[in-house]
Design a binder for this molecule. Sequence first.
Ligand code: R5P
Length: 300
Amino acid sequence: MFYLSETLNGISVVTGPGSFDLANNIAKSLQAELALASVRIFSDGESSMRLGKVRKNCIIVQSTHPPTDRHLMQLLMMTKKCVDDGAQDMCAVIPYLAYARQDRAFLEGEVVSIGLVAKLFETIGIKHIITVDIHSQLAMSYFQSIQNVSSVRMLADYATNMKLHDPIAVSPDTGGDNRAKEFARYLNIDSVSLKKSRHRLTGDVTIDESIDADVSNRDAVLIDDIISSGSSIIKAAQVLRKLGVGKIYAMCAHALLIQDAAEKIKSAGVHDIISTNSVPGEYSKVELSPEIISTLNTRY
Ligand code: R5P
């Protein structure tokens, strides 16, 4: 273990294609060296990586958003290079931790993939992980040393400047109830959770139209950990619109927004999408680096 404030000369902030801006902001704030891996993709899809010699303490920053397996492999490759260079301590900052949703066998015979991811990290020598809004406590339990940064306060801070009319925080499912309540507490507003179900084989989402709040003419902030296909937000927006809601906003930690999800969400009547920069992109408006640095400070 090293002490962040005393060892900045001995730290490399190592990054690859998954999180360049975030890593750069972390390195700048720490006044630490940024070690950028250069990556070529071969015709068969393999990554080939080059990285200069790193220092003895490495903070490896790489979100594992799509292309998920490629970013995961690149994270392992960066770690391997740090090990080969003789790094003594490696902490991985993985804002979007892929496979966290596969935290149990939902269907008979299903592999619990997050357990495998945890094993890979441990085997290669990652001593500690910092992630953001991990999908579940169960997913966290597979890791020996992990800290989860909540983005809820950061998203709520952003929302204070959104000029909302009589707002209500809405979780698309009961699993996100605590998130919506916490978000609402920061803003001193109401919250409600919708009742969502997802077909385990087809992935189809349905949301119950009866909800436990009056949303008519109120602006609704849909808050979720991940927006992936957009189905959850779209179905939630459809229900809210039927109930005469005002403007709808969608906020999340990880805006994966697969294919044309953002366009579909906007067509469903969502005014804007706001996420952290866990996944770089057009909607990544909330900067994670200050919170990640204070978390690094609690460890080192
Ligand atoms: C599910 O439990 C999560 O909290 C998200 O609601 C879900 O992952 C979003 O996925 P999609 O955008 O594909 O509906």
